[in-house]
Design a protein around this ligand. Structure first.
Ligand SMILES: *Cc1c(COP(=O)(O)O)cnc(C)c1O
Length: 417
């Protein structure tokens, strides 16, 4: 998706220098071609699985529409994500409403929309039953099981350890299914787990499949017919240029374990997956302009994007590759790229060997399509930047830069102050 032409970084057929001039900086730029490649890779690796895109990774409507057009379903984690998923054309029969703390209002919205639920607690199960009964609906559910598996990733994105807030503990799983079976307005038809994110070692996925397989067998003994086994998302991407497993690698590891699981069951539950990062992560670059270069304890390069637009480095200590987009040259100095936010933690990249950088240069931060713009804020009174989609030679704004009006749109000043 990216290449150099006469020293200038291109995204597909478009110069990043021209994008920055035309749309201003900072700006998120997404390659449609790369997005479609990632989607194709999953389709090819898992032709028979149901693939649900994890909306939280990137909820831009145009990006979601491209994914929905490819017959992916959606994993939504809030009422707002459900709204966005329906709006961008995801088929409601392929939407799973996830979440560990759903309000009654959210449950009502999901039931009204006829989507399936991944149930995270006994309290939620009871709430679904009572709301569904009132609405005279039958709701298909899975339970999110916490399989107590270490995904060997950053602690903040490990979600299947017994200490984590997600899921029903393994040893309570049968009780949950028994309770659901006795309910009138709930149909337990699936099992769900999601062990974490940015997982580069595939063995935890296989362990999760094996654990879920054991539970599935027990559930079947209760007389439940399972329609699906949802193993969640979490496949990592290659942030550091050191390689990462592909969707095909995941299939090679996972499908034999899935076949083994099926051989122990009477029913033939379909495999569901919920990729987020591995669909959108490497599709997008953040272009940011250098406001100042300051030589002090370190060579600080102060750019116009900070953790208001990309919080991953500050939040998880994440590494993103950084390039100078407007020129090529010998990598001759160590630079630390910092944002404009009034916090010392506003560092995008530390100690990178890069060509000589001056005020006005254009910096590209790679692989920001997942948990990038989606986690942005208006902190420090900074408007969110634009998002642009590139396809071949074409470009289009897919989200406009916010204005000062957006900063104050919801403020109200009582007349008595
Ligand atoms: C976040 C999340 C995903 C997606 O995770 P990725 O690491 O982006 O693939 C899938 N399922 C659930 C339940 C999630 O919370």
């Amino acid at each position: 998706m990216i290449s150099r032409r006469n020293g200038i970084l291109f995204i597909e057929e478009v110069s990043t220098v021209e994008i920055a001039e035309k749309y201003g900086t900072p700006v998120y730029v997404t390659s449609k071609e790369q997005l479609e490649k990632n989607i194709e890779a999953y389709k090819k690796a898992f032709p028979n699985a149901e693939k649900l895109y994890a909306v939280k990774a990137n909820n831009n409507l145009s990006i979601m529409k491209i994914i929905a057009l490819n017959k992916f379903g959606a994993d939504v984690f809030s009422d707002g994500e459900l709204y966005l998923a329906l709006l961008s054309g995801f088929d409601r029969s392929r939407i799973l409403f996830n979440g560990n703390s759903k309000s009654d209002r959210e449950i009502e919205m999901g039931i009204q929309a006829d989507v399936k639920f991944s149930v995270d607690s006994f309290d939620e199960l009871k709430a679904i039953e009572s709301i569904a009964e009132r609405k005279e609906k039958k709701v298909e559910i899975a339970f999110r099981i916490n399989p107590d598996i270490d995904p060997r990733t950053h602690p903040k994105i490990a979600t299947g350890l017994k200490e984590s807030k997600f899921g029903i503990p393994e040893d309570q799983a049968l009780k949950a299914y028994e309770m659901a079976m006795r309910m009138k307005s709930v149909a337990p038809v699936g099992i769900h787990c999601h062990i974490g994110s940015q997982i580069l070692d595939l063995s935890p996925f296989v362990s999760a499949m094996e654990k879920i397989g054991k539970i599935a067998k027990e559930i079947e003994k209760l007389g439940i017919q399972l329609d699906f086994i949802d193993l969640g998302g979490g496949l990592g991407i290659d942030y550091e240029g050191k390689g990462a497993p592909s969707a095909e690698d995941l299939a090679k590891a996972l499908l034999p374990a899935y076949e083994e699981l099926l051989s122990n069951l009477r029913a033939e539950p379909k495999l569901w997956l919920e990729p987020g990062r591995s669909i959108v992560g490497n599709t997008t670059v953040l272009l940011t302009r250098v406001n100042a270069v300051k030589r002090g304890y370190k060579n600080f390069v102060a750019v116009d994007a900070g953790f208001n637009l990309l919080i991953r480095p500050a939040m998880y200590g994440s590494y993103h590759r950084v390039l100078v987009a407007n020129k090529e040259g010998e990598e001759e100095e160590l630079y630390t790229i910092v944002g404009p936010i009034c916090e010392s933690g506003d560092v995008l990249a530390r100690d990178r060997m890069l060509p000589k950088i001056e005020k006005g240069d254009l910096i590209a931060i790679l692989d920001v399509g997942a948990y990038g713009f989606a986690m942005s804020s208006q902190y420090n009174g900074r408007v969110r930047c634009a998002e642009v989609l590139v396809s071949g030679k074409r470009t289009a704004v897919i989200r406009e830069r916010e204005t000062f009006g957006d900063l104050v749109a919801k403020h109200r000043i009582p007349e008595w102050i």
